[in-house]
Ligand binder design. Sequence first.
Ligand code: 6OD
Length: 469
Amino acid sequence: MLTHFIGGTRVPGGSAFPVRDPVTGAEIDQVYDADPEVVDRAVRAAREAAPGWAALPVGERAGWLRRLADGIEARFDDLVAAEAADTGMPLEAAGTLDLPRSVLNFRTFAEIAAQRPDEAFHLPGALSYTVRRPLGVVAVIVPWNLPFLLMTWKLAPALVAGNTVVVKPSEHTPCSAALFTEICEEVELPPGVVNVIFGSGPAGRLLVEHPSVDGVTFTGSTRTGQTIMGAVADRVKPVSFELGGKNAGVVFADCDLGRAIDGTVRSVFANGGQACLCTERLYVERSIFEEFCAVLAGRAQIVEPQPMISAEHRERVLSYYALARSEGAKVLTGGGVPSFGDERDGGYFVEPTVVSGLSEWSRFNREEIFGPVCHVAPFTTENQAVDLANSSEFGLAATVWTSNLDRAHRVAQRLEAGLVWVNTWCLRDLRAPFGGAKLSGTGREGGTRSLDFYSQPTTITIKLEQPDP
Ligand code: 6OD
């Protein structure tokens, strides 16, 4: 049974619910669903620890981040196993993406924060300079798709900026966060600096609404982001949201087709399509459209399927497969549920799917699906490609495939997205701003942008009296 971690101790509390392995549907553990008392206790523990943590020199907090990174490396294999069991992702993916990135999250933000200068502004006879203060207690609400990567992506800058935190992982994926609490104990992180509570939506709501929570960072659906924003509006709490996407890929006939296909297969099907950065809308120049569709559909058939996170999410993805048909789509491949003839038949798999033939205004092309599926449509001109790619209420990420350098810059700069990749996908520099436009979020994290969110400057201005000549 996984228990909450509050003020450095393990705390039971709330009703229990099962954690399931998405590959087989089997119960792998039980976890508590935090009740109001647990949430309050966690926030109070974080509040109590806040002044001492904020008072440490930033170099010391950076040292704690490095110790946490070392601790993760020491428990690497356990964490890989926990992440894979929780999410259904292959061990290889957890071991080459999630876990190495988590270590890098801690090491990168330790480096950036320790080296960051304050600002100073000189006027004749006056000096303004800034000191940065942490927000205080930050609620870190983590989704289920890349749980350890995304938890540490927020935790590292929040901590190094001087905040204490209450983390709530998704109810579907508590195991790697539970192991992380053991690492906090092993490195002897001061109690109350990191608190982890488990639970579902109502626990998250209690957490963000708690009057002693000073800021909220969240990655997840746009709907939940809207709910959180409403819940914190009366206290005007700062929020940083990375929300849903309906990401476009634009493929020009002048691209390196092999690279474009490989990249597109990855961008559509990685993690079973369960990443906010995945491509769900593809626009392909008409002269290569038929060839591209045929090759992509063929490749989709040999993609190793990855399960959806839960039975409910699988139903949701399948409802979009049905919607595509009812809206008149042509299904180029997939559209159903695979059969393995083994224990995976109890899991939450869907077939990797490619469809075409729908308008950009169809529901299928407007709503985020979050599964291994994309729609492919042809375009004729560069302007049309840009208009189609921008014809979405979302604006998280986009990809452009072309060998024409001028076109690459021209198109990338016109796409309404927080992130645009050219001839690649999901290549990340942790120092670069990261976040979405339109319904895909508010705020940017990454590098110093994260530190800007997790702390606020006070500007101090001193008038310098000149001595009489
Ligand atoms: O790479 C990252 O830092 C990041 N935030 C990825 C988000 C993926 C969303 O599903």
